[in-house]
Design a protein around this ligand. Structure first.
Ligand SMILES: [Zn+2]
Length: 481
């Protein structure tokens, strides 16, 4: 890429966390059967009037504040006119000339700030479901509130685009404005990419990329497209202004439409909604939600708890995990142990749950108690794992579970001496090997005692007892011979 600079801008659509749609009272529930959350307003019947959802405005303002965007005092909606089977009104209520927010920025982990050009509110269209011999339409999504966030062309590599999306998603999740669940289409991204001569100010012709349904997809599509454009420029070809779709299976972009087919949306002010002013009250009401954004939390957690950058990145990758971690640390101030158990056994268990973090019932208090018991030798590794797996979706009393499943670790030598003696008597060969210098033989013997204790013995204590017993055996033999 040395001859050229890559120039990328991203357009992200996020669904706002509202219970009802943006201009009617229909539910936004994702799991409802097709065409059950619809009414004359969102289906565009003649004579109906839209009513603006206050909660959608509040969340949109919150996002503007989190992105440091200027919130325009007076805003209005416009109609974007086009025909498509998933759009029953044949127009989408959107914002064009006067967006809700302008001139913000998002900071990346590298410290670089990516400019945000504009942030505007609009309604979503329905969903087409293509079957073998037919296409079906579900209007449940029609009229759900969307926020479009358009970046400046400040992004200079596919990796940086990935980082931008990661931090944008985290930011929106941290402030509770959107779940950003990509599998449900609550976050969608289009990209613009062009190449220009290194250091030049004049931009090249840009290509719009669509159909990318994961952050990795965005990165792969941009990587492919940068290479395609560079190869074309090297051959002296011209890049044409066009929209291309990403084919994830073939890992390439394909032509969707050229400039000649570009839409004229004939925007005009929405006559059924009044212009309105954004009051100081709403700005003050939303400001407290912008507490500590992900990047700031990342820096603080790493410093405060002395854990690695990689571990911190996993912890902050979901606000549930970050909150859980910090709360567990207030109960048991051993962040390294908490991190190990949280990112190890706990995440393993979470990944087995279909609803992931949403299904977790175990409290940070109970989790920290298990880790504490492990550190205090009350539970061995296996038993601690078992307690976590048993309590993750129940949050039962830890002590009761340990009692019921008789998982408490046995460290008392008196309780273990019988098992140790039996093991010594039954494994002469292993003892001989150990005495001949084969270190691993002791682990085999520890394993035998663990088995006899049904996994409850403290392996450290067992090892010490075995070593002591073998030493004694050896000195007795020496004395007898
Ligand atoms: Zn409706």
């Amino acid at each position: 890429m040395d001859k050229y600079d890559i120039v990328i801008g991203l357009e992200v659509h996020v669904q706002l966390n509202t219970n009802s749609k943006i201009f009617c009272g229909c539910s936004t529930n994702f799991d409802s059967p097709p065409n059950t959350n619809i009414c004359p307003v969102c289906c565009g019947y003649p004579g109906v009037l839209p009513v603006f959802n206050k909660r959608a405005l509040e969340l949109a303002v919150r996002i503007c504040l989190a992105l440091g965007a200027r919130v325009n005092k007076k805003i209005y909606f416009e109609r974007k006119n086009y025909f498509y089977p998933d759009l029953p009104k044949n127009y989408q209520i959107s914002q064009y000339k006067m967006p809700l927010g302008e001139k913000g920025s998002l900071e990346l982990s590298s410290g670089k700030k990516i400019g945000i050009t504009r942030v505007h509110l609009e309604e979503d269209a329905g969903k087409l479901i293509h079957k073998e011999n037919a296409s079906l339409v579900d209007f449940n999504r029609t009229g759900t509130p969307l926020l479009e966030i358009v970046s400046e062309p400040d992004i200079t590599s596919p990796e940086e685009a990935f980082d931008y999306l990661t931090y944008l998603k985290l930011t929106l999740q941290y402030i509770g404005a959107s779940s950003c669940d990509m599998e449900k289409g609550f976050l969608r991204c289009d990209a613009n990419i062009s190449l220009k001569n290194k250091g030049a100010t004049e931009l090249g012709t840009k290509v719009e990329l669509k159909n990318m349904n994961s952050f990795r997809g965005v990165r792969d599509a941009l990587t492919y497209e940068a290479k395609r454009q560079r190869d074309a420029l090297e051959k002296g070809e011209k890049i044409s202004l066009e929209t291309r779709a990403f084919d994830a299976a073939k890992m390439k972009t394909v032509l969707m439409r050229s400039k000649e087919e570009a839409h004229d949306y004939r925007y005009f002010p929405e006559p059924d909604l009044l212009d309105f002013s954004i009051s100081q009250d709403i700005l003050e009401q939303e400001a407290p939600y912008i507490k500590e954004l992900p990047l700031a939390r990342r820096k603080r957690i790493q410093k405060q708890y002395g854990i690695s950058e990689k571990e911190t990145d996993i912890l902050i990758s979901d606000i549930f995990l970050a909150d859980f971690f910090e709360e567990a640390c207030t109960m048991f101030a051993k962040p390294k142990e908490i991190t190990n158990w949280l990112l190890g056994v706990f995440l393993e268990q979470v990944n087995l749950l279909s609803e992931k973090f949403n299904a977790v019932k175990m409290s940070p208090q109970n989790f920290s108690k298990v880790v504490r018991y492990f550190c205090e030798n009350k539970l061995n590794n296996l038993a601690a794992k078992k307690v976590i797996s048993l309590c993750i979706v129940t949050d039962e009393d830890i002590d009761a579970v340990i009692e019921r499943e008789s998982l408490a670790q046995v460290s008392a030598e008196a309780a273990l001496s019988g098992f140790v003696q039996e093991t010594i008597n039954e494994n002469k060969k292993a003892i001989k090997e150990y005495l001949e210098g084969k270190e691993q033989a002791i682990m085999f013997l520890v394993g035998m005692v663990m088995k006899k204790s049904k996994g409850k013995a403290n392996p450290k204590v067992v090892r010490e007892m075995l070593e002591k017993a073998i030493k004694l055996l050896k000195s007795n033999e020496a004395a007898n011979s």
